[in-house]
Design a protein around this ligand. Structure first.
Ligand SMILES: [Zn+2]
Length: 239
């Protein structure tokens, strides 16, 4: 759930089926989250597949900025889980996704700005339980110009962001689109106690992709499954 009209883009930044969302003023406009459609579908699925435990959830973009807009759309208390995402930044000229900003600014500056906003987002909203895809800004990392992404170059900022998330008591998502060992390692070292797994699937065939590999990574850094599959994985406190 991102709020329409809150960031700019150019058609070339987007997948072909998304390009018509870019308005003449450069802002992204689209139908807001269909609340009734979502909960109706959940009800239907629960009736059709009673043997499955189906939970509700939403990925909420920029919760530190748009909580009032989100609450005007939907009662956030209806969801079992709310994931908080940082999808856009304002590096001048209005908010935009890293895919756009990486064409306007040096890659290291975009990464730095992204990581620096994470503690601001954490401090600025109580509306989410899990911080998602901490590697979001490097999905479009321009390796040909900037060289391969080296997390050690940003280690201080990454750890600072993780510590802010951990200190707030939230979980970190292990996003399995791309698995990086530094995510669960540094998260555990910075005091992170809980993780969720998310394949970030936008198509059914990608659901739970790379989960076996993610489980091995999580276990390596001390995280353990909860009592039910729906629980966060937790790292027991060391005595
Ligand atoms: Zn996202």
């Amino acid at each position: 759930m991102d709020i329409p009209g809150t960031w700019r883009a150019e058609p070339g930044d987007l997948m072909p089926h998304q390009r018509h969302y870019v308005q003449p003023d450069g802002l992204m406009e689209f139908e807001p989250f269909d609340v009734d459609g979502y909960f109706d579908d959940i009800d239907r699925m629960r009736r059709e597949f009673p043997e499955l435990g189906i939970f509700t959830g939403v990925e909420f973009g920029q919760p530190h900025l748009f909580e009032a807009e989100a609450r005007a759309l939907v009662d956030l208390d209806r969801f079992d889980r709310i994931n908080g995402s940082l999808h856009t930044l304002d590096m001048g000229g209005g908010r935009a996704e890293p895919s756009r900003l990486l064409q306007e600014h040096p890659a290291a500056d975009v990464m730095t700005a992204y990581l620096a906003e994470i503690p601001v987002m954490v401090a600025g909203s109580d509306a989410f339980d899990v911080f998602t895809h901490i590697d979001y800004a490097l999905r479009h990392w321009p390796a040909e110009e900037a060289g391969p992404f080296d997390p050690r170059r940003f280690e201080g900022l990454i750890r600072h962001a993780m510590r802010a998330i951990a200190d707030s008591g939230r979980a970190l998502e292990l996003n399995t689109r791309r698995l990086w060992s530094w995510v669960p390692q540094w998260w555990a070292e910075e005091g992170g106690r809980a993780i969720s797994f998310a394949s970030d699937a936008h198509t059914p065939d990608a659901l739970a992709a790379n989960f076996p590999e993610a489980v091995i990574l999580a276990e390596t850094f001390g995280f353990r499954a909860g009592a039910t599959p729906a629980d966060l994985w937790r790292r027991p406190r060391l005595r």
